[in-house]
Design a protein around this ligand. Structure first.
Ligand code: NAP
Length: 318
């Protein structure tokens, strides 16, 4: 394969937005689709908060449209799994499992982050039908209903608080007696009358009836007593794993594996490699913010390839 100007790894909203911009700029981006084409959005049902769609749009359709839009301007897609990037040479060399190596002048990493799962029966089977990993996306569907949030970190507190705007009652289930969340987030949640607590309990099963979640089974860690907690929806907030293992430490990440970018840009520790979307976003993790940083990455790549960018900010990284 001939040398690529730019390779985009990942096809969520970040990667596809970067592809649209770069294709329109005649950069002929090559986009590598991983195991989940379209990214996390294809796991949700209706997306009602992506601007421009009055009645909402399904996650799959939104991603399909973005892909077709990128193709219309000349982006090329290939299926593959990047296993390594040789970063010490220029151009870069990407190893792809089952395919030939790809050589590229620049790379955009938009491999996203995957929500963690409990790994219990009924969980994946009911995903999108009562089990969710995103309160911002799905909270609206639980107006006047009872929901459960699993987790004890800041995300769990934030999601529990957010869900009280819609739900009649939110129960937080956490595996320990102590919450991991920061004091301010804990205080806010504890002060919310709509939030109930089921602490020191392991969630063991999601129960459904006629295709709808009806409750979860929990076991108390001390007494080993089993309990059934009724609910209409279960929100998992036990953290995310950024998809950066394939980088083998060659691009600088924080202690949780998120790629560190220069603030206000998509520059990584390696000049010529850029990151956008959830793989570098500890805070927002929304489709629209991912798309926004995808646009930034495309513009950064253009500047880089035109030699107009002072890139080496990596020495400032500790
Ligand atoms: P987190 O801090 O890693 O917390 C994950 C929580 O899920 C922990 O309470 C953990 O329990 C629990 N958990 C993990 N695996 C589990 C399992 N298999 N079964 C049951 N429970 C499990 O993740 P996060 O809350 O998503 O936060 C990630 C980062 O983003 C943090 O640095 C956080 O401060 C930050 N954040 C900040 C804000 C904000 O400031 N507004 C909002 C959200 C997130 P244990 O406690 O027992 O380990």
């Amino acid at each position: 394969m001939e040398k690529q100007k730019v390779v985009i790894i990942g096809t969520g909203p970040a990667g596809l937005t970067a592809a649209i911009y770069l294709a329109r700029a005649n950069m002929n981006p090559l986009v590598i689709e991983g195991q989940q084409p379209g990214g996390q959005l294809t796991l949700t049902t209706e997306v009602e908060n992506f601007p421009g769609f009055i009645e909402g749009i399904t996650g799959t359709e939104l991603m399909d449209n973005m892909r077709k839009q990128a193709e219309r301007f000349g982006a090329t897609f290939m299926n593959g799994w990047v296993t390594d990037i040789r970063t010490t040479q220029r151009p870069f060399v990407l190893s792809i499992s089952g395919s030939d190596d790809i050589v590229a002048d620049s790379i955009i990493i938009s491999t996203g982050a995957s929500a963690k799962w409990l790994g219990i029966p009924g969980e994946k089977e009911n995903f999108g039908r009562g089990v969710s990993t995103c309160a911002t996306c799905d909270g609206f569907f639980y107006r006047g209903k009872k929901v459960i949030v699993v987790g004890g970190g800041d995300s769990a507190m934030e999601e529990a608080n957010f869900l009280t705007k819609f739900a009649s009652e939110v129960t937080v289930i956490h595996r320990r007696n102590e919450l991991r969340a920061s004091k301010i987030m804990q205080d806010r949640a504890r002060g919310n009358q709509k939030i109930k607590w089921a602490l020191n309990k392991a969630t063991t099963e999601v129960v459904d009836e006629n295709g709808k979640v009806t409750g979860v089974k929990v076991t108390d860690n001390d007494t080993k007593e089993e309990e059934f907690i009724k609910t209409d929806g279960l929100f998992l907030a036990i953290g995310h794993t950024p998809n950066t293992a394939f980088l083998n430490g060659k691009v600088k990440t924080d202690e949780n594996g998120y790629i560190i970018v220069k603030p206000g840009s998509t520059l990584t520790s390696v000049p010529g490699i850029f990151a956008c979307g959830d793989v570098q976003d500890v805070t927002y993790k929304q489709a629209i913010t991912a798309a926004g940083t995808g646009c930034m990455a495309a513009l950064d790549v253009e500047k880089y390839l035109e030699g107009e960018m002072a890139l080496d900010w990596s020495q400032t990284l500790s």
